[in-house]
Structures are given as C-alpha cells and as structure tokens.
Design a protein around this ligand. Structure first.
Ligand code: DUC
Ligand code: ZN
Ligand code: ZN
Ligand code: ZN
Length: 485
C-alpha cells in the first residue's frame, strides 16, 4: 500500500485516548493508522509532538457586512490564512441575509467571496434576519438541501431580532428539515432601556457597553430560547455564552435530555470588563456582544467547558480595525452604541485554549480535541472531519506542546491592527497544519494557494427531529386535528 504522506512517531490524540503511532494518508484521506507505517512519498516526523484533528472554527465573521453595513477587515483569504496559522483545517463563517434579500442570493454572494479566496475548506451558517413566507417555505429548505444545515438568528438588535413568534416559525422549519438553529440570546428591550438611561446620564464611554448589556439580559433570553425550542421540539445552539447563569440554563436543559448545544469564546475566559476601561478610547478594542464580564465568570465558564456544558470554544472572530474603517467608522469619540461590536481571535483561539486549558490543567487533551474540533464536526454535520480515523479527511494539526510564544498582532496573519490577546505568553503551538492531506502552514510559513479550499456540504442535524414537543402539541392529545405545521 503506498501513501502520499506518512506522519510518523507523533502522539495521536482523540477525545477518548492518545497513543504514539503513524498515520498514512492517500488522496487527501486518512488511509491507515498503525504503530509503524514504512514508506510514503513524503514523511513528516512528528516525534515529540501532538497530532490532533485540525481545528474547526465554527464561529467567525469573514467578508461580512454588519447590519449597520460595515464590512469586516478580513476577507476569505486573510481570514482563512489567519485561521490556518492558528491550527485550523476548516471553518464555518456566517453568510448573512440583509433584509429583503433572498437566501439564494446570500449564498451566491458568499460563494463569490469564499471560493476564489479560501485556503481552508469552508461551509457557512446562514444568518436570517428576514424570514418572509417564501424564505421559510422554499429558500431555507433549498439551502439545507445544499448542505448549509445551520443558521443563526438574533434575539437582540432592532434590525435583526425576529421576536418570539418569528423564532417559533423558524425553529419549526429547522425541525422539519433537519437543520440547527443558532441563537444570539440577549433581551433586546432590557438593553435598549439601559442604553436610554445611560445616554440620558451622558455615560457613553466604552466601559458603559458592559453595563448596558447585563448578565440577566443574556440569562433571560437563553431561558426563553430554550422554552421556544422546547415547544417546537427543535434543536438549539446558543452561541457565545458569556455568563454562568446562561451556562447553568444550558446545563439544566441538557440534563433533561433536550437537544441544546452551546459554545463560549476565549475572550470570556481571558478578559474582563476592566479591559473596556483602558485609557482613552483603547477600551473600544474590547467592545463585543455579549460583553466581557468578570473573573468569577471566567472560573465558572472554565468549569462548564470541563464538564461538557459547552460543545465548543469558538473565536467569534469579528474583525473591525482600531481606526476609521472599523471601530471608529462613526467618529473617533463615538458613543459606545455606535462602535462596531466584535474582536478578532481566529488565530489565537486554539493556542489560548491549549495553553490556559491543557497546560494550565483546566481541561484534558481529550477535552481540547472535543472543544476545538470533534464536537463541532458532529453537531454541524461535517461527517468526514473532526477525527483521526481511517476514511476521514486528513485534516490534521501537529502541535509542539512545549514551545512558548508571546502573542502579538503581527503574528495573527489577519488584516487587523490589534489583538485583544496582545502580550499573552502561551505554551503549545501548532507547527504544521494539513487540510485534506495538503500542507497549509509549516514552520511559520504559508504553503497554501489562494482558493484551494473547498465548500463542505454538511449533513442534516439529526438530533432535533427526534426531540419531543410539549404534550399540548401532540396530536394524540386530540383536538380533532394535527396542529403541527
Ligand atoms: N454577535 C456575534 O456573534 N458577533 C459579533 C457581534 C454579535 O452581536
Ligand atoms: Zn514512524
Ligand atoms: Zn452574536
Ligand atoms: Zn459572532
């Protein structure tokens, strides 16, 4: 049996176990796993290194306009390159619908942005802001059939939030067609009420961003989103959970057997709202939604990462530069509600999670693999990715677990002019990243051609359709009619 590539002598890690051995790769797939595999057109020496499934970045905003019309700094080239340097073999950015736009047009637009540029395999989650009848009946089912089997909706922002009624309609479509609804859960009216009070008092500096979006606004919305999904019997994925209260609600729903999934992000583990109070307008770099919290929150979120409340730790890479093209598009001293929401982190996500998680003893190596790759592949239906198994795509990241580096903006390889993780000393770095058996990054150098990445058609979300609805929706309760849509 001849192999294109043999990775030999590394410690191969899965969520369940790790062992020293070799991987034989042929035609982009893992073809053999064994203690020793001779030959191979190319041999990669991985001795003393960890051999992990390549990271899957499941939450990133790339070449995306915000609802206010502001374009992210990273396109599919710089965004995928930055992801690759951070140990990722594939990613799933958002394809956002503007109000009035058809979903078919959204997908065509993002195909035009991604296909010529991405160095990594990619898919999209849709963002749905305008669920008109034809979107629900035709356009979304058509997108699901093309393998785009997840989408995000908002419970906040006037231009984005769907209201409870709109959420129910869209959850029902997801259940019927095998898709997963992702939700940004914050109570819109609580935030608007806080904004009005802060504005009336003249409190508009960046630090008030965190005050304006209190933890209770997230917890209330997560609780409501879970209730809405439960009525319909649909699966749910809560994005960027930032509070212990919210994580507890997710943990409780999972303990009841509900198909509720969740992620948190490195910024909620690493930073606090004190960063919003840095001198001058420096705090604008740390404006993201939900906002940064406090140190007690960090400890609680790490515990939830360890105990399985979170399926994944995602970057929520939302790159707006610290200049007039990004954070200050509305002026150099804009009030916090006019400053773009989001921070970069697609390259720092996995080194941060490895160093502060695995090296610091907060999570195991197996949990790192689950949180960085394996769970996202399963939940989002990438059926050949996220594992080192025969037949799977050869998406592999080789890590040096002992190298220590300091994070700098220049090393992120993105289009940004800052990183919120600047100056952190992290131990454990990816040194060689493969996607479908091809080397993408090696020894600190990019090896991939622009546009080599392929679209990944994802499998349907299979957990939701079996979920029970509430008894009142059960036709057996009998009102003489099946009221299920
Ligand atoms: N939600 C995100 O997921 N990212 C950036 C801003 C936001 O509200
Ligand atoms: Zn060997
Ligand atoms: Zn969001
Ligand atoms: Zn996001």
């Amino acid at each position: 049996m001849e192999f294109d590539t043999v990775i030999h002598g590394g410690t191969i890690v899965t969520p369940q176990e790790s062992w020293v051995g070799d991987i034989g790769i042929r035609a982009g797939r893992i073809a053999a796993l064994a203690e020793r595999i001779p030959g191979g057109d190319r041999r990669i020496d991985a001795s003393g290194r960890l051999v992990l499934p390549g990271g899957i970045e499941a939450h990133a905003h790339i070449a995306q306009e915000s609802s206010a019309g502001l374009m992210t700094a990273d396109d599919y080239y710089s965004g995928s390159v930055s992801a690759a340097f951070g140990g990722n073999s594939s990613f799933i950015p958002f394809a956002a619908q503007q109000r009035g736009q058809s979903v078919d047009d959204v997908i065509a637009t993002y195909d035009g942005r991604a296909a010529p540029n991405s160095v990594l395999d990619y898919s999209y989650h849709l963002i749905i802001s305008d669920p008109r009848p034809e979107v629900l009946s035709d356009e979304l089912p058509r997108a699901f059939a093309r393998g785009i089997t997840s989408f995000k909706v908002f419970m906040t922002y006037d231009l984005m939030n769907l209201g409870d009624r709109g959420m129910l309609d869209i959850l029902a479509v997801a259940r019927q067609h095998g898709a997963l609804t992702m939700v940004h859960a914050e109570n819109n009216d609580m935030i608007k009420w806080m904004n009005a009070r802060l504005a009336a008092a003249g409190l508009t500096a960046p630090k008030y961003h965190a005050i304006s979006r209190p933890a209770i606004a997230e917890a209330e919305a997560i609780n409501r989103a879970i209730a809405l999904a439960r009525l319909v019997g649909a699966g749910l994925f809560i994005v960027h959970v930032s509070t212990p209260e919210g994580a507890e609600l997710v943990a409780r729903a999972r303990a009841e057997g509900l198909p509720v999934h969740a992620e948190t992000c490195p910024q909620y583990l690493a930073l606090t709202r004190a960063d919003l109070d840095r001198p001058g307008m420096e705090g604008a770099k740390y404006i993201c939604s939900p906002p940064l919290r406090d140190e007690a929150t960090q400890g609680a979120l790490w515990r939830h990462a360890r105990t399985g409340t979170f399926d994944s730790v995602s970057s929520d890479h939302a790159p707006y530069r610290f200049d007039e093209t990004g954070k200050f598009a509305k002026g150099a001293d804009a009030p916090y509600p006019a400053i773009a929401n989001g921070m970069p982190g697609i390259a720092a996500r996995l080194p941060y999670l490895f160093s502060e998680g695995v090296v610091a003893g907060r999570i195991t190596l197996g949990q790192f693999v689950a949180l960085s790759s394996a769970n996202a592949a399963r939940v989002f239906g990438m059926d050949r990715k996220g594992a080192i198994l025969p037949g799977w795509d050869a998406d592999i990241a080789i890590w040096d677990p002992e190298e220590t580096r300091t994070v700098t903006a220049a090393d992120q390889h993105d289009a940004m002019d800052y990183t919120p993780f600047e100056g952190m000393r992290l131990t454990g770095w990816p040194v060689h990243v493969l996607n479908r058996g091809e080397t993408i990054v090696e020894g600190g150098a990019l090896k991939a051609a622009r546009g080599r990445g392929r679209f990944v058609a994802r499998q349907p979300y299979r957990i939701g359709p079996q979920a029970p609805t509430v008894p009142e929706l059960d036709p057996a309760q009998n009102f003489g009619a099946d009221i299920w849509p």
